[in-house]
Every structure is written in C-alpha cells, then in structure tokens.
Design a protein around this ligand. Structure first.
Ligand SMILES: Nc1nc2c(ncn2[C@@H]2O[C@H](COP(=O)(O)OP(=O)(O)OP(=O)(O)O)[C@@H](O)[C@H]2O)c(=O)[nH]1
Ligand SMILES: [Mg+2]
Length: 214
C-alpha cells in the first residue's frame, strides 16, 4: 500500500521575529527553483495567505502555495490540520508558523504524539530578532530561553544592527543554545534565504533532510 510521508518544517520564534517574511521568501524560492509544492500553515488565516499585496509583489501562485493555509492551534487540532494538509494538498513540504507565544518543546511533543500518520520533521528553525534580543533577555528571559530548542537558530534582521551589536547577540545565543547551527541572516535577502534552504538538502524535488521520525 502506498503511504505518504508529510515533511514538516516548523519555523518558530517570538512575535515579530520575521517568521512570515522568512517563510514567504523561502516558499517562493522552493516553488520557483526547486519545483516543490509547498503548503503553509499559520495560526491566523489572513495573516499571510490572502494578502493581495504580498501575493502580487512576490508573483506567487496563490493556489499552489497557499492551498494549505489553514487555521491551526497546538494540540489535537494541529495534528488534524497536518493530516488534512497531507491528504488534500499532498505537499512536498509543509511549513508551519506557530504563534510567537508557542513553546517549541510543546510543538515537538504534539508532533511526536501523531499516531497512524507518517510525519517527518525537518530541523526545527527558531528565529531571533537581532534588534530585540538584548531587550528580551532582560525583560522576558524565559521567553528567550525557548531558543534552546532550535536545531537551526537564525539571528534575523542583521541589516538593522551594527557589527558590534550582532556579535553581542551572537554570543548570547551561543550561551543559550550550544548545539544549534546559528546563522545571522536577513529574511529579506535572497542570498541568505538561499543558503538556509541549502542546509535543508533538497535534491531532485525531494526534501532529503530527516531529523525526527515518529
Ligand atoms: N530590517 C528587517 N526587518 C525585517 C526582516 N525580516 C522581517 N522584518 C520585518 O519585521 C516585521 C515582522 O516580520 P514578520 O515576518 O511579520 O514577523 P513574524 O515573526 O511573522 O511576526 P508575528 O507573526 O506577528 O509573530 C515586519 O515589519 C518585517 O518586514 C529583516 O531581515 N530585516
Ligand atoms: Mg507571522
């Protein structure tokens, strides 16, 4: 019996860290250059999928890319949504943007609970806003500790900080997460998106990277 496996990329991070910007730019590239069918799953319908301005400016084909733009909350609903996306859209890759308040460890445990359902997680990406990290560390230290769960930590908005500020932020991120691949990027820059996609090892229209399998 043929059995599909849903490849899932989770792009987490605090509010405003640049998740949507990263996902849209990465998805656009995955569609155009790798020929992948990408489903984007966000918490808020309307957050990205139906904004005409974004769609037009990126020249995206709405149905292909946003076919999977569905409401999702953590827990059973998330699994139901993933199943639905798998069955109805059959994407090569599903990209999930959890709310900025979501706890990445909770997402991982929900995913591991998925039964009778083939799901492969790509490395968990966590975005950090380089312009906000020092402030968040002092005001909301517990929130920023969640960065420890990332397998790839993207220090975003490097265009908006000085080299000195970036190096300070990088040191702090390294203290919080010693095992992640840490990359400074601007989610607005094509070349940065390209290099992160290369880390996901996509070959012949297939996502090869496989970190977890439930
Ligand atoms: N300077 C700069 N701004 C960026 C970059 N990436 C994203 N932004 C801006 O940061 C703001 C938040 O970006 P989003 O992509 O909406 O962030 P998000 O994490 O999806 O936000 P929420 O869904 O509200 O949590 C927007 O105004 C973006 O244009 C970047 O690389 N550099
Ligand atoms: Mg967003």
């Amino acid at each position: 019996m043929w059995c599909s496996v849903l490849k899932l990329l989770v792009v987490s991070g605090f509010f405003g860290s640049g998740k949507t910007t990263f996902i849209i730019n990465a998805a656009k590239r995955l569609v155009a250059e790798y020929g992948l069918k990408v489903a984007i799953i966000v918490n808020d319908v309307g957050e990205i999928g139906i904004d005409d301005k974004i769609i037009n400016s990126y020249g995206l084909k709405v149905k292909e890319l946003f076919g999977g733009c569905v409401c999702c909350q953590l827990g059973e609903d998330m699994i139901k949504t993933l199943r639905l996306v798998d069955r109805r859209i059959k994407p090569d890759l599903a990209v999930l943007e959890p709310s900025g308040a979501a706890d990445p460890s909770q997402i991982l445990s929900v995913v591991s609970l998925a039964k009778n359902f083939e799901l492969e997680m790509l490395p968990l990406i966590i975005l950090v806003d380089a312009t906000q990290l020092m402030l968040l560390l002092s005001e909301m230290p517990l929130t920023i500790r969640k960065v420890a769960f990332g397998e790839i930590v993207l220090i975003n908005k490097v265009d908006a900080v000085s080299p000195e500020e970036l190096s300070e932020v990088k040191k702090e991120v390294e203290k919080i997460n010693r095992s992640a691949a840490i990359r400074p990027i601007s989610a607005r820059r094509e070349e940065d998106i390209k290099s992160i996609i290369e880390m996901l090892k996509i070959k012949d229209g297939r996502v090869e990277t496989k970190i977890r399998k439930n």
